[in-house]
Design a protein around this ligand. Structure first.
Ligand code: ATP
Ligand code: MG
Length: 309
């Protein structure tokens, strides 16, 4: 069993418009509402690849059915902690030119009792899993040391912990030396205080994270692929795609694929190949943060993996 901690469940609302005028009335042509949040993306992709997975996150009464139905259809065991406030909403407005304007809600501010309920569910999920993923932002009310504390808890339980976070949450989590961190180029640039413009820079960033005690650091570079390091060396994986549809959530899908590779005991090269195929499969599809098994299988052999000097 893999556990995904994605406390900050979101409701994603996609609205298609002809034109978006600031301060004007715009009429939507089409609207879609679906459960979102990075942890949910990771969990549903792990399930699609055929591994048992559970997700711990917030839920509200208005969306309990929507989220519960989606996750059970996709084979994710969901431990939802219900709150009276509304979940955060993320709105994406796409106009006829294809330009997307996003409005990201700040989400509920949790009290101590709600935070403790989430943390209890997290601790239970660690007990019955072999690998734990901490994914995305935390709801307001949690201090930025939270992932560091959770990663320490996972390590003390003898399990591997994978962290996908940014800013202060990532910086603090590194102190706990999680098994894997997976920043993208912007996140690692902010962390290390230098631009990460090419593969050489990504490889040196991965090596630096390894020196700081991360056993398997991964740096993702969008269309340029991903770089991963372990004690034996640094590998790069990439795939050339025809025009893509939507790369948002590709990092979540890459993480899902790598987690699956790890529980299946694959080598780093093959784990990275599976991750890159999942990231690419997501970018090819319309949906945010979901890669399905047939699409991943079709891309696997096209991923080029090689060792960096
Ligand atoms: N256009 C693309 N072509 C081929 N592969 C891609 C493309 N975009 C993403 N990928 C694959 O997906 C991986 C993750 O993408 P990216 O670096 O954009 O993650 P991210 O910024 O963390 O995404 P998110 O946080 O939205 O999930 C890349 O390392 C790459 O392997
Ligand atoms: Mg990301």
């Amino acid at each position: 069993m893999i556990s995904v901690v994605g406390f900050n469940t979101a409701i994603d609302r996609f609205i298609r418009l002809d034109t978006l005028g600031l301060g004007k009335v715009s009429r939507s042509l089409d609207e879609q509402v679906c459960p979102g949040g990075k942890g949910l993306h990771v969990a549903q992709t792990i399930a699609a690849l055929g591994e048992r997975v559970q997700l711990v996150g917030l839920v509200d009464s208005a969306h309990r059915n929507l989220i519960g139905r989606r996750l059970s259809e996709r084979g994710v065991l969901f431990h939802g902690i219900e709150i009276a406030d509304s979940l955060r909403t993320c709105i994406a407005l796409r106009d006829a030119t294809g330009q997307v304007t996003e409005v990201l809600g700040q989400g509920p501010l949790l009290n101590e009792e709600q935070r403790e309920a989430l943390l209890r569910a997290f601790r239970r999920s660690v007990d019955d899993s072999e690998l734990v993923i901490l994914s995305g932002s935390l709801p307001r009310g949690f201090p930025p040391t939270t992932y560091a504390e959770m990663a320490t808890y996972v390590r003390d339980a003898g399990k591997r912990c994978l962290v996908d976070a940014s800013g202060e949450l990532l910086r603090q989590a590194l102190q706990a030396q999680p098994f894997m961190v997976k920043p993208n180029r912007d996140e690692v640039a902010e962390l290390l205080g230098r631009p990460i413009d090419d593969l050489a820079a990504a490889a040196s960033a991965a090596r630096e994270l390894a020196v700081r005690g991360v056993e398997m650091p991964v740096v993702t570079m969008g269309a340029m692929g991903a770089v991963a390091a372990d004690a034996r060396g640094v590998w790069h994986a990439a795939i050339e795609l025809a025009p893509i549809r939507n790369a948002v959530g590709s990092g979540d899908c890459l993480l899902a694929g790598m987690a699956v590779g790890m529980v299946r005991g694959m080598t780093l090269e093959e784990t990275l190949r599976l991750g890159a195929a999942c990231g690419a499969a997501n970018a090819q599809g319309e949906e945010t943060g979901f890669a399905e098994r047939p699409a991943v299988a079709a891309l696997l052999s096209q991923v080029r993996v090689h060792r960096l000097a």
